[in-house]
Write a protein that binds this ligand. Structure first.
Ligand code: CA
Length: 222
């Protein structure tokens, strides 16, 4: 009799433990909406915008040569900025994801160089590159050149050292930084640009602003 109760008691404990494990592993975010990772990306050394103490980090894996990234920057980003970045709720991060060959890499080098010498100018430069990207049907044509990048830099901020930038481009001075970006690309299985992460969640559809907002609100504890 005692053995029987021992078995029943053990079974009950096993069932309770299983349920606890299942509950703690299950995310409250639908897998159709986002994939959850164990931790958010490490953003140390990356270009950031907004409140460094913000509870929510939105990381954009972007490629200056990618038409969808231009579209995202011109449609989703302004709303995100006004509602969450400017309000101190979100800190925004750009991670170079040069998927489109040499031009992507050159633009990525330029952005890292600008970030290293003038953090305030970085975000203007970032937007200007996208604005210089030709319309979708011509984006395969070469348009990112050293000359274009220097021109953009000289037009936005007189405090950018153009000689320094030119030298950085010629020497590909930021290989290590871009290597770190590519490590993040691998770690978070980024297969397309733009890819957007809200803390540890990787969004399935970067253009679904409502779902992004739902995740931001969740992570902000509302
Ligand atoms: Ca970077």
């Amino acid at each position: 009799m005692r053995n029987k109760w021992l078995v029943v008691g053990t079974l009950a404990i096993v069932i309770v433990l299983t349920v606890v494990v299942l509950i703690s592993n299950s995310s409250n975010v639908d897998e159709d909406v986002a994939i959850e990772y164990d931790a958010p990306p490490n953003i140390e050394g990356q270009p950031t915008l907004g409140n460094a103490e913000a509870p929510v980090k939105v990381v954009a894996f972007g490629d200056y040569k990618c038409p969808s990234c231009k579209a995202w920057d011109e449609t989703v980003f302004p709303e995100l900025k006004e509602t969450y970045i400017d309000e101190g709720i979100v800190e925004f991060v750009h991670v170079n994801t040069p998927f489109h060959g040499e031009e992507s890499m050159l633009a990525a080098q330029a952005s890292e160089s600008i970030w290293s010498q003038n953090q305030e100018a970085f975000w203007t430069f970032h937007e200007e590159i996208y604005q210089n990207q030709p319309e979708t049907q011509q984006h395969d044509e070469q348009w990112v050149t050293e000359e274009t990048l220097l021109e953009i830099a000289s037009s936005i901020d007189e405090n950018i050292d153009l000689e320094n930038l030119e030298q950085d481009l010629q020497q590909q001075a930021f290989q290590e930084e871009i290597g770190e970006d590519l490590d993040l690309v691998e770690q978070f299985e980024v297969a397309q640009t733009p890819t957007i992460m809200v803390n540890q969640y990787k969004l399935t559809n970067p253009f679904d602003y409502e779902q992004m907002v739902a995740l931001i609100e969740q992570e902000n504890g509302e």
